[in-house]
Design a protein around this ligand. Structure first.
Ligand code: NAD
Ligand code: MG
Length: 389
């Protein structure tokens, strides 16, 4: 029986994780859940799983959740620091990092500092703080298992050849596949009329709003290039991106002998999550089985990083190193949120991200406090740039 903490339990990753957990009550005990503002959902989940701890990070939600759970043994905690405490608890075996954005960064570091097995969906944490996370994992022997479907696919293809942060032997390059999002075939001149509703309607994956917009701008693939760099210690030029609209091949490893291993499956996050949770054992889930006869065709296209500038910006951030990726991430979190609120156009997301990367100088990564200060500074400056338009 493994004791499990789910950070971001009320989100899309939380949903998929809990679907798998419900199938295996003999293998997992949910000891803690976190949520930001979805009061009704966390109350329902707490009643269902009766965890020892619930953490509510959104101020407005705390009191309501405390009241609603007062009849349970579950302890309700407020604030970001409580996330660090619950992941570090001695009895915890597995931590699912399913918070969206840099908001999850410190809890990822706390889980790694405590030497836990970290099932990582929260890619922004690595994008921002990879330079702190990976050496710390080496020191504490924390096991970092990627849940992001592409990185989990590569992890599966590498088998025993995977060690977090170490370039695997015999690998020439890796290929991340991208669905291309809803607009990869659209003429760029039409980008300015794209609405938030169109951007979050992903053709293949059912995900939270922020990552859905990132998929539409290809920023998601850019963040994933940076994520892959940290997880597998593979340089940007050895990380290929290929548009594969069916989302059946989730990524591939190209070995030095010409062998290519790919991982396939229906686009359902239960599959990589089951693989991560199983720790080497296959776990059943509710995802559909792949029917290639029905699928018939798998197609591939060059990713257009001219049309989708965010992909180019991410590679640029990686080549700059230091805090460049943290700057890009913070700018992107604000530009995406502003787009979702109708304050900027879709095509302005890349423009603003580019502008902020040029406006703020990258320096060496030194500490969490430095990254938090930088995150705040970039967010303020990005908001100011948007408001001045
Ligand atoms: P989501 O928006 O559906 O859920 C986000 C979760 O984070 C919620 O539980 C919310 O309560 C919590 N949260 C939001 N703001 C917070 C804050 N300020 N502080 C603390 N908690 C906060 O997002 P998602 O789609 O589940 O994505 C979660 C992460 O997983 C992202 O980093 C995303 O890139 C990654 N990911 C998601 C998918 C997917 O299929 N959804 C696939 C691969 C990777
Ligand atoms: Mg992915």
């Amino acid at each position: 029986m493994k004791n499990l903490v789910i950070l971001g339990a009320t989100g899309s990753i939380g949903d998929s994780t809990l679907k798998v957990i419900r199938k295996h009550p003999d293998k997992f005990k949910v000891t803690a859940l976190s949520a930001h503002s979805n009061v009704d959902k966390i109350i329902q989940l707490a009643n269902e799983f009766q965890p020892e701890h619930v953490v509510i990070t959104g101020k407005a939600a705390l009191h309501k959740v405390e009241q609603a759970l007062s009849g349970l043994k579950t302890q309700v905690h407020g604030g970001k620091n409580s996330l660090n405490a619950i992941v570090s608890d001695k009895q915890v075996d597995l931590v699912v990092a399913g918070i969206v954005g840099n908001a999850g960064m410190e809890s990822v570091l706390a889980a790694v500092a405590a030497g836990k097995t970290l099932l990582l969906a929260n890619k922004e944490a690595l994008v921002v703080a990879g330079e702190l996370v990976m050496p710390l994992a080496k020191k504490t022997k924390a096991n970092i298992i990627p849940l992001d479907s592409e990185h989990n696919a590569i992890f599966q293809c590498l088998g025993n050849g995977y060690e977090a942060g170490v370039r695997p032997d015999g690998v020439n390059s890796i290929t991340l596949t991208a669905s291309g999002g809803p607009f990869w075939e659209m003429d760029e001149t039409l980008f300015e009329s794209i609405t938030p509703a169109q951007a979050v309607a992903h053709p293949k994956w059912n995900m939270g709003a922020k990552i859905s917009v990132d998929s539409a701008t290809l920023m998601n693939k850019g963040l994933e290039v940076i994520e892959a760099y940290w997880l597998f210690n593979i340089a940007s030029e050895d990380i290929n991106v290929l548009v594969h609209p069916q989302s059946i091949i989730h990524s591939m490893v190209n070995f030095i002998d010409g062998s290519v291993l790919a991982q396939m499956g229906c686009p359902d996050m239960q599959i990589p999550i089951s693989h991560g949770l199983g720790l080497g054992q296959r776990l059943g889930n509710d995802a559909d089985f792949l029917d290639l006869l029905q699928q018939k065709q798998l197609t591939f296209y060059q990713a257009d990083s001219h049309k989708f500038k965010c992909l180019q910006l991410a590679r640029h951030a990686l080549s700059l190193g230091g805090t460049a990726a943290a700057i890009l991430n913070a700018a992107n979190e604000i530009s995406v949120a502003s787009f979702l609120k109708g304050q900027i156009r879709f095509d302005q997301i890349a423009q603003i991200n580019d502008r902020m990367m040029n406006a703020i100088q990258s320096v060496n990564v030194e500490s969490v406090a430095q990254l938090n200060d930088l995150d705040e500074e970039v967010r303020m400056k990005t908001k100011a740039a948007i408001n001045s338009k």
